[in-house]
Design a protein around this ligand. Structure first.
Ligand code: 26Q
Length: 801
């Protein structure tokens, strides 16, 4: 479209919609009109993509995830359509700024953290690699809570993200399905010698899909993300005149559970899980039936992938439909189900494993319960002769009054993968070893990835421009080409340009920190970043203790030549996780003390950003010099901020945990700052039970001084929290070995200081990180899923990999 046409259309569309001129409109309205125009381009490709899939009867993957964190979509859609620059120009002619309009979009927080963001990176990569794929999730009325700090404490506010409507969704009322809960189920013998399943007194809920286009990168592909909303069925309004019943239905898709690593067995959560699993499976069945193929070909046309155990009920749901509605035999249905479903595990923590009380499942989902019991019975009967009772019973789905979702997911699928090499090894060798013995061929690794489009091209346009002028633009389509950048590591001019890019990005963040938090930052300081959910195992506390250590040192001797640093934190704590909230309060108290201490000047600053999410990540990551990846070895399944920060030239200070191990392998030990115990050492402590945190406190003078500062009133306003943290470390023996790794951490941080002072060396390390980040493109991860698990071939567009 010509710029002139664009302007004309924009003016007209605005007036047609609002009956006043765009100059009088709000940013939200100006954005809405732009989005309408973008959608009309997208929709054509969307229809064409669907027609192609249908005509070719392509195999499709359905990615079931309880969470998606897509971030704002305007610029990402423009980039992927290949019209970002043109639209920017057109808007300028109209006197509008694309950046302003982009910021008027809400950032849908329909997820907690890593798992949800991964799902969205995957959606982008599935479309961009030309794979026929769909997302399946929940359209929560309220997203993850908005975080505010009040006197340094986290306060949670509701996130009413739909207030102005969602410009990218299309309500598909004609694709609604019914999901049944509760009631009684009877198996009534029929003339054919089998039986019919008769339901009585069920609560029927209408699942209405809202579809969101997933635009591929300059390849014409538009896939679908389908988010389900719970509504009262048509014609049932009479029945639902009771306020209470209406409320109950509305509640199902009302809020996202804000816990990301702690299992909390609430009935409503179980309802959510079945609701979107059932709706998704029903709509897949409806799609498959259009082809009029034998059921045995179902796995040749459909792959269902479950993102952690949250959608596991799609296994018994698929069984239910095949058995009860399509009248297949158990063996046929079971074969099809196993061949269709695959599962990714995202956690090592035992306390995060989902298990539901048997009685809850029985009451809420009587038919599904029967099917789960039968799956379990057959599993036990089949495996005891092979593996004996002890091992077999450890793999039971139903045990001690509980239904274990991971066990059901493994038994009912053909593939289970971890999300980084170390994580997958730990699953096979320890956490899920019993299953590994039974089904070694099901286990595999798929190291996570990130989309370079959002995390480099959109978030860091200046670095993108520098890469384009040095290595060309082929890397936009094939991210391993970033490797070409390595050839410039001794090029003074390129290093200088890299420094300028980093400085500009730091200036942008500094402007935000000043406006939002009133903190003045110097861009000469090293920007040290830890952004992730707040959890004890991620050890934000280790970071905080290091800062406190530096502070105490500087107070004692102001001449110490520490490299000035800005410590940036972004983290939400689950509302019920009180220890995590205490750490937030403690870090905020530390920030207030240090930022206002005249003796410290620019040597130390702390910024704990409020309400961390995808949009803030896009601002912070390009500004980072150091990436803090300091979880206790063996605890972080993968991590993905580690990849995003590396891609933007930050140097990792990290333990050998999750994907850090692979990052270090690619970038080389000389460009990665390793510290702390490895997984073996941690395991050894678990085996011998010899860890004694109090002993470290009593014998290590640095630890002693820092810990005393937690309880002697050094940090004003955090006495209670200081004491609580002290106790967790000393009295309760420091579950995550913070004190054990402390020395190694502060030593490594001193090395970081020294390296940073040698700017050429530092820039070379930074450049090497960028150049080696290509393999962590989610495009490659997705191609491996497609090839090895889903058995789907990418569509060969102009720029397929
Ligand atoms: C389960 C039951 C009840 C309520 C909530 C939950 C729940 C919700 C979300 C449990 C876990 C999550 C999220 C987990 C998560 O984000 N894990 C992270 O996944 C990333 C992507 O694979 C990894 O990089 C991280 O290492 C991992 O922590």
């Amino acid at each position: 479209m010509q710029v002139k046409d664009f302007e004309k259309q924009y003016r007209k569309k605005f007036i047609d919609t609002f009956a006043y001129t765009y100059q009088e409109g709000s940013k939200v309205e100006q954005l809405a009109i732009l989005a309408e125009m973008v959608k009309s381009i997208i929709n054509e490709n969307w229809i064409a993509t669907n027609q192609r899939y249908q005509a070719n009867q392509d195999k499709q993957v359905f990615y079931f995830s309880m969470e998606f964190l897509p971030g704002r979509m305007l610029k990402s859609n423009l980039l992927n359509l290949g019209i970002l620059q043109d639209v920017e120009k057109g808007l300028k002619e109209l006197g509008l700024d694309l950046e302003d309009l982009a910021k008027a979009e809400v950032d849908p927080a329909l997820g907690n953290g890593g798992l949800g963001r991964l799902a969205s990176c995957f959606m982008d990569s599935i479309a961009s690699t030309g794979i026929a794929g769909n997302g399946n999730g929940i359209r929560y009325r309220y997203g993850l809570f908005k975080q505010k700090f009040v006197d340094g404490y986290q306060v949670e506010l509701p996130e009413n993200w739909l207030r102005n409507g969602n410009i990218w969704e299309v309500r598909k009322e004609n694709k609604a399905v019914t999901v049944r809960f509760g009631g009684d189920v009877q198996l009534v013998p029929n003339v054919g010698g089998s039986f019919d399943v008769v339901y009585k007194d069920t609560l029927n809920i209408l699942a209405v899909p809202y579809d969101v286009a997933q635009v591929g990168y300059q390849n014409g592909v538009v896939n679908n993300l389908r988010l389900w909303s719970a509504e009262i069925p048509y014609g049932d309004e009479e029945r639902f005149n009771l306020e209470k019943e209406r409320e109950e239905i509305k509640k199902i898709t009302e809020v996202l559970y804000p816990d990301d690593s702690n299992y909390d067995g609430q009935l409503l959560r179980l309802k959510q899980e079945y609701f979107f699993s059932s709706a998704g499976v029903q709509s897949i069945i409806r799609y498959f039936k259009k082809f009029d193929l034998p059921w045995s070909q179902f796995p040749d046309k459909i792959a269902i992938h479950i993102n952690d155990t949250h959608p596991t009920l799609c296994i018994p749901e698929l069984m239910r439909i095949l058995l009860d509605e399509e009248k297949l035999s158990w063996d046929q249905a079971w074969e099809i189900t196993k061949k269709t479903v695959s599962y990714t595990n995202h956690t090592i923590l035992q306390e995060a494993m989902e298990r539901w009380p048997q009685d809850m499942v029985k009451t809420l989902l009587p038919r599904i319960y029967q099917i789960i019991l039968e799956i379990n019975r057959r599993h036990i009967a089949k495996k005891i002769p092979l593996y004996g009772e002890e091992l077999t019973y450890r793999t039971a789905i139903v045990s001690q009054g509980q239904i274990k979702m991971a066990n059901l997911a493994i038994i009912g699928s053909h593939s289970i993968n971890g999300v980084a090499k170390l994580h997958s090894d730990i699953l096979m060798e320890s956490t899920l070893n019993d299953f590994y013995i039974m089904y070694p061929q099901k286990f595999n690794n798929k190291t996570n990835g990130i989309t370079q489009r959002r995390w480099l091209q959109l978030a860091n346009p200046e670095l993108t421009a520098l890469l384009d002028e040095t290595i060309g633009t082929e890397w936009h389509f094939n991210h391993t080409e970033l490797k070409l950048f390595k050839a410039y590591q001794n090029n003074a001019e390129v290093l200088e340009k890299l420094a300028v890019v980093k400085r500009h990005n730091k200036e942008k963040f500094a402007a935000y920190a000043l406006e939002k938090h009133g903190v003045v930052l110097s861009t000469d300081a090293l920007f040290d970043v830890q952004i992730k959910r707040l959890h004890a195992y991620k050890r934000q506390l280790l970071n905080a203790l290091h800062i406190l250590h530096r502070y105490l040192e500087l107070k004692e001797d102001p001449t110490i030549a520490y490299q000035p640093r800005v410590f940036i934190f972004g983290a939400k704590a689950a509302p019920s996780y009180s220890y995590a909230k205490s750490i937030i309060k403690f870090i905020n108290a530390l920030a207030t003390m240090i930022n206002n201490d005249k003796d410290i000047e620019d040597k130390l600053k702390i910024v704990f950003v409020e309400n961390y999410g995808v949009s803030l990540a896009e601002l912070i990551i390009p500004a980072a010099d150091v990436s803090e990846q300091i979880s206790l070895a063996g605890k972080e399944a993968s991590g993905t901020s580690n990849m995003k920060l590396m891609l933007n030239g930050a140097i990792t200070v990290g333990t050998l945990d999750g994907a850090n191990v692979e990052i270090r392998d690619y970038v080389g030990t000389e460009n990665f700052m390793t510290f702390g115990m490895d997984n073996e050492e941690v395991e050894e402590f678990y085996r011998n039970g010899n860890y004694n945190a109090r002993h470290i406190y009593e014998t290590n003078p640095r630890v002693h001084r820092v810990l005393n500062a937690l309880i002697d009133g050094t940090v004003p306003g955090a006495n209670g929290e200081g004491q609580e943290i002290f106790d967790s470390l000393v009295t309760y023996n420091d579950e995550y070995f913070v004190l054990k790794d402390f020395e190694s951490y502060i030593t490594t941080q001193l090395e970081v200081d020294a390296l940073y002072k040698d700017q050429v060396k530092w820039l070379q390390m930074s450049l090497n990180n960028i150049a080696n980040a290509g393999p962590f493109s989610a495009d490659y991860t997705i191609l491996r899923y497609a090839d090895e698990i889903w058995k789907i071939h990418p569509y060969k567009g102009d720029h397929s990999l």
